[in-house]
Design a protein around this ligand. Sequence first.
Ligand code: KG4
Ligand code: ZN
Length: 340
Amino acid sequence: MRILGLESSCDDTGVAVYDAQAGLLAHRRYSQAALHLDYGGVVPELASRDHIRKALPLIRQVLAAAGTRGRDLDGIAYTAGPGLAGALLAGAAVARALAHAWGVRAIGVHHMEGHLLSPMLEPDPPAFPFVALLVSGGHTLLAEVSGPGRYRILGESLDDAAGEAFDKGAKLLGLGYPGGPAIEAAAEAGVPGRFRFPRPMTDRPGLDFSFSGLKTACALAAGEQPLDDQRTADIAAELQAAIIDTLAIKAERALEQTGLARLVVAGGVSANRMLRARLDALARERGISCHFPRFEFCTDNGAMIAYAGYLRLRAGQADAGLEFAARPRWRLSDLPPMAP
Ligand code: KG4
Ligand code: ZN
């Protein structure tokens, strides 16, 4: 089976071709980051329009790089949700129209299922069952994964996602968008311990998260006066440490609670080197394995959508009829299971 994947849930247009035998044949991503930079965050209407401009040229490039014609595909997978409604609709319209024209099946994929399965594209994929820690700009959650499509949510953020905490902190510190890589870079020159931020909700049982208070902690630390580089770096270092500590404490709790011996970490924040090192160390201490996607597949990409779509099409699932819809809000636990 050969599947084209199209991701357009936020500000990245991602396209890839995945082949069941040969693996990933080609992938490209176009990032809109520069377009949204001046606004300090993603402007939904600009995002939708740019997906419309970029989707077809990217698809042409990726099909050429994969040496595949559209009609020879076995299906097209696109992100149906969750995400920005207009951006999702732009991708869904392109994918469904091409599938109709080429006479191939289409499948709407859950964005977080794409992230969750992204480490499967690596040479040493994790076996089921495992604990998944999904950390992106829109979601932070822990899930017990007993098989493809079998997800039990153990805990999730009650307010901001971990990536959002990085983004809001960076905006406050004048470091630009996206905030994660900017905070990570600024934190390198930071003196740890100059500030002390809370590790939210770690002092009580449970696996839910709450990151919105960290924005206030950043604002208080920044104070009224203009920020110099050292103070900015010190705040960035403490914000990063607070987020990583919180994620590591809850991940360890989830491993203890489930007794599982594999941890999968995915989503944009999983590109953070300190987080990766911390969770690798945790896994070593516990004698378990820890799996991440490669760096370029931590943030949004077409490869994870192609792969998740491949599994669902292989399980006999596909879109029916000619109507299509985006699902801006869509819970991971509402997905139907796939046969193993
Ligand atoms: O998965 P993703 O590309 O999009 C969503 O599904 O939301 O995640 C984007 C998020 C942003 O909040 C971004 O700041 C964060 O991932 N991110 C990082 C890093 N790279 C991206 N956070 C921390 N460290 C990084 N290196
Ligand atoms: Zn994402």
